[in-house]
Design a protein around this ligand. Structure first.
Ligand code: SF4
Length: 370
C-alpha cells in the first residue's frame, strides 16, 4: 500500500471551496464551557479565560452576512460549549428561517435525549461530539451518544477529537468502535494536534505531533480504503489540509468505498442544491446508488454478499457510508500561515473573515487573512 506522501493528489477530488463560495458557516455564541481541553482554539484551558455570551442580534447579523458573502448552506454552531448558550434555540430557529441547516459542535456533557429531541424539532440536522480521553470528564462513553441518536433518529451523529502521540495508541480501539457503530456514526473528524495557537511562530514544541501520513496510513489499514478527496493548503498545493475517506460499511465490515468521481458528483449535487443533497453518512446507500459508477456498485454488491455469507445476520442491516476526515491544521512557514484552502471554519471578527483556529492570535494583533 503506497503511503499518502507517495500519492498523486491529482487522482483525488479537490474540494473547490473558496472564501466567497463555501458551504460551511461558523459562529461561536459563547466562550463558557464545562471543560478545559488541551489545545482548545479559544484558550479555555488557560487560567482565567474570557467568558462571554455573544449578543443574539449580532449573531443573527453574522448569519445574514455569511449567507451573503459565502453562500453558506450549513452553519456550525461552536464555542465554547454552545449548549450553555441561553438563546441557542432562537439561533437554530433563525438558521432554519434563513433555510440554512444547523450543526452543533458540542462536548456532549449537557446533551440528553430530551434536549436532542428538542434541537431536532427546532431544525438541528447534525451534531458533532468532541469526546476524548484527555478531557477532564467523568467518562468517555461514546456508546451512550450512539444509543441517544438511534432513539431520536434523523440527526446525524459525528465525533471529533485531536490526535497526538499521547493518544495515538488509543486510536485503533476508538476507530473499531466507530466502525462497529457505523449504523449511527456518520462522520469521524480527526484533527492533528498542533501547539501553535498561543505561542510565537517557530516556538512550538513539536515532540508530541503525529504526521498526516501516519494517521492516514492507520485509517487505510483500519477501514481498508484509499482517500477519495482533499482540501488543499494555501501555500502548499502538494499537501492536503483535509483528507477524506468514504468507506461503505455494514456493521464493522468495509464492503466498498465512494471513489473520487462519486464524491465529486455528490459535492456537485450539494453545491447546486441543499447541503443534505450530499448524503454523507446518514442515508442508506440506496440514496447514493444513482451516482455510483457501475464498477463501484459491482464491488459493493460483491462485498455485501461476502459479508452476509460470513455472518447472515448482516442481511437485515443497511450499508452506510462513514466519512472519515483528517485535518492538518495550519503551520507557520517562511511565506506566512499555510491555511486550509477557502478556510471552511472561518469566523467573522470585526467584520472580516478570519480562520477561527487562529483567532486568539488575531485578537493579539497578528494580521492573518484567508
Ligand atoms: S485554517 Fe480554517 S479550516 Fe483550517 S483549521 Fe483553521 S479555521 Fe479550520
Amino acid at each position: 500500500m503506497a503511503k499518502v506522501s507517495d500519492l498523486n493528489l491529482t487522482t483525488l477530488y479537490k474540494l473547490p471551496w473558496l472564501k466567497k463560495n463555501n458551504p460551511n458557516g461558523w459562529i461561536e455564541p459563547t466562550t463558557y464551557c464545562q471543560l478545559a481541553c488541551p489545545g482548545c482554539y479559544r484558550g479555555l484551558a488557560f487560567s482565567n479565560p474570557v467568558r462571554i455570551h455573544e449578543d443574539i442580534i449580532k449573531l443573527k447579523k453574522d448569519i445574514d452576512t455569511l449567507i451573503k458573502i459565502r453562500k453558506i448552506k450549513i452553519l456550525t454552531i461552536a464555542g465554547g460549549e454552545p449548549l450553555l448558550y441561553p438563546k441557542l434555540d432562537e439561533l437554530v430557529l433563525y438558521a432554519k428561517k434563513r433555510h440554512i441547516q444547523a450543526r452543533i459542535l458540542t462536548n456532549g456533557v449537557a446533551l440528553s435525549y430530551e434536549r436532542l429531541a428538542t434541537l431536532k424539532n427546532l431544525g438541528v440536522t447534525e451534531v458533532v461530539i468532541h469526546i476524548a480521553q484527555y478531557q477532564s470528564r467523568a467518562n468517555c462513553n461514546r456508546g451512550k451518544y450512539c444509543q441517544m441518536f438511534r432513539k431520536v433518529k434523523g440527526v446525524e451523529l459525528n465525533f471529533i477529537m485531536t490526535v497526538s502521540k499521547d493518544n495515538f495508541r488509543l486510536l485503533p480501539k476508538i476507530l473499531a468502535f466507530y466502525k462497529k457503530n457505523s449504523d449511527v456514526v456518520s462522520r469521524v473528524f480527526l484533527i492533528l494536534y498542533r501547539d501553535i495557537f498561543f505561542q510565537k511562530p517557530g516556538m512550538e514544541d513539536t515532540k508530541n505531533y503525529v504526521s498526516l501520513e501516519k494517521l492516514a496510513d492507520l485509517i487505510r489499514r483500519t477501514y481498508k480504503v484509499e482517500p477519495c478527496a482533499y482540501l488543499g493548503k494555501t501555500l502548499d498545493p502538494q499537501k492536503p489540509s483535509w483528507l477524506y475517506f468514504a468507506p461503505i460499511l455494514i456493521s464493522n465490515n468495509t464492503i466498498g468505498a465512494a471513489d473520487s468521481q462519486t464524491v465529486e458528483k455528490l459535492f456537485n449535487l450539494a453545491n447546486n442544491g441543499p447541503w443534505n443533497a450530499f448524503p454523507a453518512g446518514s442515508p442508506s446507500l440506496v440514496k447514493s446508488l444513482s451516482v455510483l459508477p457501475l464498477a463501484n456498485i459491482r464491488r459493493i454488491i460483491i462485498g455485501y454478499v461476502k459479508t452476509i455469507f460470513k455472518n447472515p445476520s448482516n442481511f437485515f442491516k443497511l450499508p452506510k457510508c462513514q466519512i472519515v476526515i483528517l485535518l492538518d491544521t495550519p503551520t507557520f512557514t517562511k511565506g506566512g500561515w499555510n491555511l486550509c484552502d477557502g478556510c471552511p471554519d472561518a469566523i467573522l471578527y470585526k467584520g472580516r473573515l478570519v480562520p477561527s483556529c487562529l483567532l486568539e492570535r488575531i485578537k493579539l494583533g497578528e494580521e492573518i487573512s484567508i
